[in-house]
Design a protein around this ligand. Structure first.
Ligand code: GZL
Ligand code: ZN
Length: 331
């Protein structure tokens, strides 16, 4: 009987504890009051870029810097991000930082955060919401501009080839802002260049394994070797998979053969560019932690952060690179 009574008291305590909204973190202990509690929903760990992005966040939002970071890895599933955000709301975090995997599907859960008076900061990709007041700030890249850097290079880089340009397009996670912007730039350029031919559009989902699989499937379906002038890879991990598949099937990659274009500019891709296998690397900066902190500190001081902040990015070819430059890069 005593055991039953004890169990009932314990259960009641748990219910009251969560009902009264005591701000507890996932370990259940209550954080020091002065720490700013951040609920962070990260896409996953699908690429080198993503790993660098997470490391940048964890380096900034540390306890010694005055934060308690509740970090959730959604393993590339939007429903896991939505579940994490709802948990952050229950835990009454001070801010929610969301790296949205895709643009759609956020209106209702961000409405719940707004009703709980928890500011949301969107990082990297965008959330396509009806009501812009559902997020306090967005910090990320201009993906259309990145794609435009790539097609401008294609425009100037192949003048001497004159006749048709055979292009294979390997896309990133469909519906993500990065994929939408980089795809839009290429598709617009193909429209205006009668001599550019889209040989295939494949889904590489931003991972090396998927890109290797779809590229190998495509190449094994082509009798012998066909002329491929450009493989437009929407991130470095796709480029690594495509490069492996192309070389396995006997293709030469580089300025005289198949020109691989890629986005992110991780050290691995820059090294392949320096050695001549990748022709163009467009930078996409993952080191967004300090910019997110700036927005949070602005709000802590009662200010209003910029609604959209875009990071500066450039493109690299072999001529721009040295071992020393690559060694100094942070990711
Ligand atoms: C771009 C980011 C993309 C990277 C990929 O800002 O959303 O997602 O380009 C990552 O490497 O997977
Ligand atoms: Zn042209």
């Amino acid at each position: 009987m005593k055991r039953m009574f004890l169990l009932a008291v314990l259960a009641l305590g748990l219910v009251l504890g969560s009902a009264c909204g005591a701000r507890t973190n996932s370990q259940g202990d209550s954080p020091n009051e002065e720490l700013i509690v951040i609920g962070m929903s990260q896409v996953g760990a699908e690429s080198d870029w993503r790993v660098a992005n997470s490391e940048s966040m964890k380096a900034v939002f540390s306890e010694e810097n005055g934060y308690r970071l509740l970090f959730n890895d959604a393993r590339q599933k939007q429903e896991n991000q939505i579940t994490a955000i709802r948990r952050f709301i229950q835990q009454q975090v001070d801010y929610i930082v969301l790296m949205p995997i895709s643009e759609s599907g956020w209106d209702s859960v961000l409405q719940e955060a707004k009703e709980a008076s928890i500011p949301v900061i969107l990082v990297d990709r965008m959330a396509d919401v009806e009501d812009e007041s559902l997020y306090a700030a967005h910090i990320g890249s201009d993906f259309l501009r990145e794609g435009t850097l790539a097609v401008n290079w294609m425009e100037s880089g192949f003048r001497e080839r004159g006749e048709t340009l055979g292009i294979i397009h390997i896309q990133g996670t469909l519906g993500s802002t990065a994929q939408l912007g980089r795809t839009a730039a290429l598709e617009a350029a193909i429209e205006t260049h009668g001599h550019w031919e889209l040989l295939a559009q494949l889904d590489g989902d931003f991972t090396q394994a998927k890109a290797y699989e779809v590229m190998t499937d495509y190449l094994s379906g082509v009798p012998g070797q066909r002329r491929i002038d450009v493989v437009y890879c929407e991130n470095d991990n796709i480029a690594f998979g495509a490069l492996q598949a192309l070389e396995e099937q006997g293709y030469r990659c580089g300025r005289e053969g198949v020109n691989i274009i890629t986005f992110d500019a991780t050290r691995g891709a820059l090294a392949e560019c320096l050695n001549g296998k990748i022709s163009l690397v467009v930078e996409c900066n993952p080191l967004l932690g300090p910019l997110v902190e700036e927005a949070i500190q602005t709000m802590e001081a009662g200010g209003t952060p910029e609604k959209h902040r875009y990071v500066e990015e450039q493109a690299f070819t072999q001529e721009d690179l040295t071992e020393a430059l690559i060694a100094c890069r942070e990711y």
